[in-house]
Every structure is written in C-alpha cells, then in structure tokens.
Design a protein around this ligand. Structure first.
Ligand SMILES: [Zn+2]
Ligand SMILES: [Zn+2]
Length: 379
C-alpha cells in the first residue's frame, strides 16, 4: 500500500467512469502544470517534458532552459562556476546572445558582467550571480504555464505530449516516464541537429545553443537510457565537467596557425566579442581562439574566414592604423588584452564604470586616461 499511494487513488475510478467524471479528473490532474515548483518535483518529470516540448514548439524556450540549467550551476566549485557562469551568461543573457530571451533586462546582464569581472574569485558572489535573472525567468515561465493550462483545458494540450490520464498513469513508472520523455523531446533535438547538419538554418548559433541546452536538460533532469547513438551525446553540455565529446572532437583543432596568427582554443570568463564578426564569443567553453601574438579573439567558424595577416605583438587587428590603434600600441600587453574586450554597453557612463572611460568600443581604466589625452594632443 505505502509503496504507491499516488497511483492507487483517483485514476482507477475515473477510468471506469463516464465523460463527466473524466472531465473532473482531467482538471484535477492538471495539477503539476499549475506551478513551476510542482513541475520540478522529480515525480513530475514526464509533465515537465511535455511542458518543455510546448515551449520549444510554441513559445520562447530560453527562460525555462535557463532556469533549469542555472539550477544545476551551484553544484560547482569556484573554478567550475566561473567557467559555467560565462557559458550561461554568454548564451542566454548578454545582448546578442543566441538564446537571449525577450524580456531580459540589460541592467541584469550588466550586473552579471560586473560580478564576472570583479568578484569572480568569491564563491558567495558566484552562487548568487543568477539570482535576479532566475526570478525573472520564473515570472516568465509562470505566464507560459498559464497559456499552456488554457490550451490543455481547451483540449489542444495533447499536441505536445500524452493526455493527463496517460501522464498520471506513467507517474512512478520509470519505464513509462522515460518513454514519454524520449517521445516528446528527442524528435525535437534530432530535428535541430539535422537543421545544423544541413546547414539550412540561418539561425545556426541559435540552433546550436538550443541543442546544447536541450541535451543538458534531457541528460540531467530526466531518466534516460545510456545509448551510444543518442542524439543527447552528439553535442556539448552546459554545467558539465566532462570533457568527453567536445574536447575529443576539437583536439585536432586546438591549435591553428593561420596567416601568422598563433591561434589557441581557450575558455573565456568575461564578455568578449569576436574580432572578425563582432558577435559575442558564446556557449560551452572553449568558446573561441585567441592569438597569443596580436591578442585577436575569434570564433572557431570565423577563423576559417580570417584573411588578415597577424600584425604581430602590440597590434590590435581592428584598431590597426587608427589613432586608437596607435595608442593601444603604447600600452603593455596586459592592458592591450584589456582593451580588446569590447564592452557591450557603450552608453554605460563611459563603459568602464566609475574607474574607466571608453572610446567607441574600447574601454580603458582611468590610469590610462592621461596617457591617452597626451597622446591625442601630440597627434
Ligand atoms: Zn595574431
Ligand atoms: Zn565571429
């Protein structure tokens, strides 16, 4: 008796009943879709899979994927969290990120930038870094849940998975739950992977980010059989210490020498843009190549299109020849690297906050301000 209290109650009666009591049990069993906290209970994983399928098909999936992935994030050490925080931040929150959600607040992203730059060695700061954005995501998900309830009450909900009755019957049965998860979510993942393979999708970064996020969630939130051919293992995962898939794939391309550039794949920890396409270096690390000669940062894919020769040390590729470029030449390598990091908020009171200033997309700390002024006066 005590082993399965949930299964023993209502469904047995309602299955033998007429339409009216079916309707009653339908409404009552809608329960797990009523709140995110219920949906996240381990016993409701099949319900969560169905709701995830709904947001993937019919709404913006980013807040839910973000919420689920950030709930795994705090499991890490300081070192892990630094790495994972940038992976998540660069994929979901930074302007231009592939899975940026519609109502995300730029000031939220800015606060996270600050923490990742200044407090990245403090465990208590890192643990809290996504607190506000998770609250925002939860508000958004609750609105999506309401939409979904309306759809299910109108009888349209089964477009995204089994009926409430079937979900209720699967509860506590790992095999049935797993089948529901696989039947609702794996076709989606396969579809995205196919679109990437075909090269047909113009939204390639978005699809790649979706694949990584969805695979992470499938693997970490749902019971899945280990299967060497599973699409879940075809992509790299967020908040993962395993180096398996991606590092094996990229081992041969870890180092590249192109046109004098000494390119090495590396993880990034602060918001950094690609010097070739100006988009953010996003996703699971390593996010891009860094040239140890000229401090160039570039996406792996963009490296294939690199046409400019390496200008060598103390030359920033896209500042070459300009006043700022010459100015940068005068700075040490360390500051050089600092200047390379494009601040995304040009209107942010001088880009560098209280102790800095910015010119265009470059930002400098105040100690270089006088040096810069002298330089401009001389030229
Ligand atoms: Zn270079
Ligand atoms: Zn690029």
């Amino acid at each position: 008796m005590a082993a399965q209290p949930n299964v023993a109650q209502k469904p047995i009666i309602s299955m033998e009943d007429d339409e009216i009591s079916d309707q009653e049990s339908f409404i009552e069993e809608n329960g797990p879709f009523r709140s995110l906290s219920q949906l996240l209970e381990p016993a409701h994983s099949a319900h969560l899979a169905v709701f995830l399928n709904f947001v993937l098909s019919n709404s913006d999936p980013s807040p839910l994927l973000f919420y689920l992935i950030t709930s795994l994030y705090k499991e890490g050490s300081v070192k892990d969290m630094r790495k994972w925080a940038y992976e998540i931040h660069s994929t979901f929150l930074v302007p231009g990120a592939p899975l940026l959600w519609s109502n995300v607040d730029e000031s939220l992203a800015r606060e996270i930038d600050d923490t990742l730059q200044k407090e990245n060695d403090k465990v208590e700061f890192l643990r809290r870094v996504f607190l506000k954005s998770r609250n925002k995501a939860r508000d958004y998900i609750n609105i999506q849940l309401k939409e979904f309830q309306v759809k299910r009450t109108a009888g349209l909900g089964t477009m995204y998975g089994p009926t409430d009755q079937q979900l209720q019957n699967a509860k506590g049965d790992k095999v049935k739950e797993q089948r529901i998860v696989e039947e609702t979510l794996l076709p989606k993942l396969q579809q995205y992977l196919k679109e990437i393979d075909d090269g047909s999708s113009k939204e390639c970064p978005k699809k790649q980010a979706l694949c990584s996020a969805l695979s992470t969630v499938i693997q970490r939130f749902f019971v899945t059989r280990s299967n060497p051919n599973s699409p879940v293992d075809k992509v790299h995962h967020f908040v993962s210490r395993e180096k398996s898939f991606k590092s094996r794939l990229m081992a041969k391309n870890r180092k590249q020498d192109i046109l004098g550039h000494n390119l090495r794949l590396q993880p990034y920890f602060e918001v950094t843009r690609c010097n070739h396409c100006q988009n953010i270096l996003w996703g699971v690390s390593p996010q891009g190549y860094h040239c140890s000669n000229c401090e160039l940062n570039i996406h792996r894919l963009c490296a294939k299109d690199l046409k400019e020769e390496c200008p060598g040390p103390a030359q920033l590729k896209n500042a070459e020849g300009s006043k700022i470029g010459k100015f940068i030449d005068k700075l040490s390598t360390r500051n050089h690297h600092q200047a390379d990091k494009t601040r995304k908020h040009d209107d942010d009171g001088g880009g560098g906050g209280e102790d800095g200033f910015s010119i265009g997309e470059y930002s400098f700390s105040l100690e270089y301000h006088d040096l810069f002024v002298q330089f401009v006066r001389r030229t």
